[in-house]
Design a binder for this molecule. Sequence first.
Ligand code: PLP
Length: 359
Amino acid sequence: MINIVSPFLPPIEDYNNYISGIWKRNWLTNNGPLVNELELQLKSYLQVDNIQYVTNGTIALQLAIKALNLSGEIITTPFSYIATTSSIVWEGCDPIFADIDPQTFNIDPSSISNKITKKTTAIIATHVYGNPCDIEAIQRIADQHNLKVIYDGAHSFGVKYKGESIFKFGDISTASFHATKLYHTTEGGAIFTKSGEILSKISYLKNFGHHGAERFIEPGINGKNSEFHAAMGLCNLKYVDEILRKRKLDYNYYSKNLSSLGLQFQQINQDSEYNYSYFPILFRTEQELIKVMNSLACDEIYTRRYFYPTLDKAEYLATVDDIPVAEDIAKRVLCLPLYYSLSIEEIDLVISSIKNATR
Ligand SMILES: *Cc1c(COP(=O)(O)O)cnc(C)c1O
C-alpha cells in the first residue's frame, strides 16, 4: 500500500535524548529551553530575523489576522487548504475569492485588483504547493490600495525567493509544521514578520495577552507550543537538507517519467529555489482524473484531490464568486505520493499505474 503522505520520523534515540532532558528539568511548556533552542535554530536555518513558534499553522494565520487588526473584506485564494479561508471567517472577516493563474496555481494579481472594494483591508495568498506567488505584483497592489499582505506559507519550508527566505515577504508570513508537511514538529506552526511592533504584539497575543505577570493588555489566546513538540522539531531539523535533496530527486524522476503523457505540471517560479513539497499533475478532464485515481486505488496507491473543491464551496459561505480558472484546475488536479520514505520501486509502481490508466 502506498499513501499520499507519510510523516518523517527521526531515529527514536535522538528524540529520547531530548525527552530525558525534559524529565530532568520538569519544564514541559511555557517558553521552555527547547522551544527557545528551536526558535534560534530555525532562525539560523531559514536565515530570517525573527520567528514566533506557535501551536499550529491555523493559529498562526488567526494570530496574523488579529495582530494586523483586520476587518471587513480580505481577498484570498480559493485554491488552498480550508484553513486559509476558515481563519478569515473565524476572525470575523469576509473572504473574497480572486481567481488563480492556470500555470502557477497561485492567486492571480489581476483578479485581486478586480475584487477590491472600499471594505477591503488585506490580501491573504497561499504559496500553493510551496511555489512562490507573484510577490512583486501583489505588493504593488497592496501599496496602491493601502492593504496588508499575509502569506500562508504552510507548504513553503525551505523555499527561497530571489535568494531570500520566502518567509521574509508580506507584512506577515506563516508556516505549518504539521506532521504531514515537509518539515514538522508533530503539530506546530510559525509566524514571521519584519515589524518589531507586530512581533511584540504576537508574542503577547499568543500568551493570553499577558504583559508581565499581572497585566493583560489585550484579549489573547493560548498559541504556545510545548517542549515535546520543540524536541521533535529539533530532531527533524537535522534531516531537513537530506529530505529536501531526496524530494528533488523523486520530483524530477516523476516529471521525467511522466512527461510522455502530455499532462500539465505546475509551473514553478523562475526566481525561486523550490522545496519539491508536492507533485501535482493536471489531467485533461475530471473524468480522466477519476479514472486514474480509481485505477491507482485498485493498485493500493492512495492519492488525494488536493485541493478540491474550491474553498468558496464551504457550506458556511454565501458568496458566489467568479473564479472559473480555480474551478477548472481544482477539478483536474491530483497530488501524487511524495515523501521521504517512498522508495524508487514504489514511485515506479505509481508511474506505471498512471500510464496503464491513461492509455
Ligand atoms: C496545512 C495547512 C494549513 C494549516 O496548518 P496546520 O498546522 O495543520 O494548522 C494552512 N494552510 C495550508 C495551505 C495548509 O496546507
